[in-house]
Design a protein around this ligand. Structure first.
Ligand SMILES: NC(=O)c1ccc[n+]([C@@H]2O[C@H](COP(=O)([O-])OP(=O)(O)OC[C@H]3O[C@@H](n4cnc5c(N)ncnc54)[C@H](OP(=O)(O)O)[C@@H]3O)[C@@H](O)[C@H]2O)c1
Length: 264
């Protein structure tokens, strides 16, 4: 019997790249998203190309109802790999964020991650086998204006995953948290953010397949926190080791420059 990988948010970007990676390894997939036509089409392409089965679950995981539907859909499946990837960004500054967006981002990027992990971990513990990959962000290290709630939820994911690693130290369950920088995906467009996707230089946008490749290499090396790419490592290093006053100056200068460039 083929092993099963569950990937949330596999309609596009990083989730889709992970779906292809695990299909290539011979895993059957359960993938989730809300853009029905797009995810079903991608699921079909993966089935044809990699000769695996792909179960597509259309759910909004920013609400309890969506998480309940997903748990019900997968209750018969033995999940070998869980990738908590679904996520979105918010454009406005915190003070202009609506109550609904606050609830959605916190539910999707914290509650849903915790509930899915808790459920699937139960089966993994019985088999004493499995892999949990949680997608965080370099924002977990470097909070920026207009990114406050997003970064805070990603910091939660980072801390949650490290804690899990420590609790699971005597098991065969692998845990990893991936903290990418800019990804060339649908992320910014979906959030209505006006960005220029730089392909070169510092803070460039990286292909999701490349991020997966680097994170998988880190997994093989046993790295619990994967910060894929040199540029992203530099950002995290600056945020971690620069004295806070200097870090704030750096962030404010960077943000002002970026906003000026985008003419906002
Ligand atoms: N893009 C970046 O620069 C960047 C940087 C660091 C970390 N990340 C993280 O990487 C992960 C993947 O993002 P990406 O860059 O690949 O962006 P993406 O192409 O927009 O993919 C996000 C995925 O999440 C799903 N999703 C969003 N909201 C959802 C909801 N409420 N319920 C269910 N699914 C939802 C989307 O599917 P539907 O739209 O079909 O629902 C999509 O499949 C996210 O966790 C993001 O925070 C991104």
């Amino acid at each position: 019997m083929k092993k099963v990988a569950l990937i949330t948010g596999a309609t596009s970007g990083l989730g889709l790249a992970y779906a292809k990676e695990y299909a290539k390894k011979g895993y059957n997939l359960i993938i989730t998203g809300r853009r029905e036509d797009k995810i079903k089409e991608n699921g079909k392409k993966i089935e044809e190309r990699y000769h695996v089965t792909v179960k597509v679950v259309i759910v909004d995981l920013a609400y309890k109802k969506g998480v309940d539907i997903l748990l019900n859909e997968m209750k018969e499946d033995e999940i070998e790999v869980l990738i908590n990837n679904a996520g979105f960004g918010l454009k406005p500054v915190f003070s202009n964020t609506t109550k609904e967006d606050i609830d959605r981002i916190m539910y999707l990027q914290m509650n849903a991650v915790v509930i899915l992990t808790r459920n699937i971990l139960n089966q993994m513990l019985v088999r004493n086998r499995g892999t949990i990959i949680n997608i965080s962000s370099d924002g977990a290290f470097a909070v920026m204006p207009r990114n406050v709630l997003y970064s805070s939820t990603k910091l939660f994911i980072l801390n949650f995953t490290e804690g899990l690693y420590l609790e699971l130290i005597d098991t065969n369950i692998k845990v990893q948290v991936v903290c990418p920088g800019f990804i060339d995906s649908d992320f910014h467009q979906s959030a209505g953010m006006n960005v220029v996707k730089k392909k070169k230089g510092f803070m460039k946008f990286v292909a999701p397949e490349k991020i997966v490749e680097m994170a998988m290499k880190d997994m093989k090396k046993g790295k619990i926190i994967s910060v894929p790419g040199v540029n992203t490592k530099i950002v995290c290093w600056i945020a971690k080791f620069l004295p806070r006053k200097l870090f704030y100056k750096f962030v404010i200068r960077f943000t002002k420059k970026r906003l000026k460039k985008l003419n906002r």
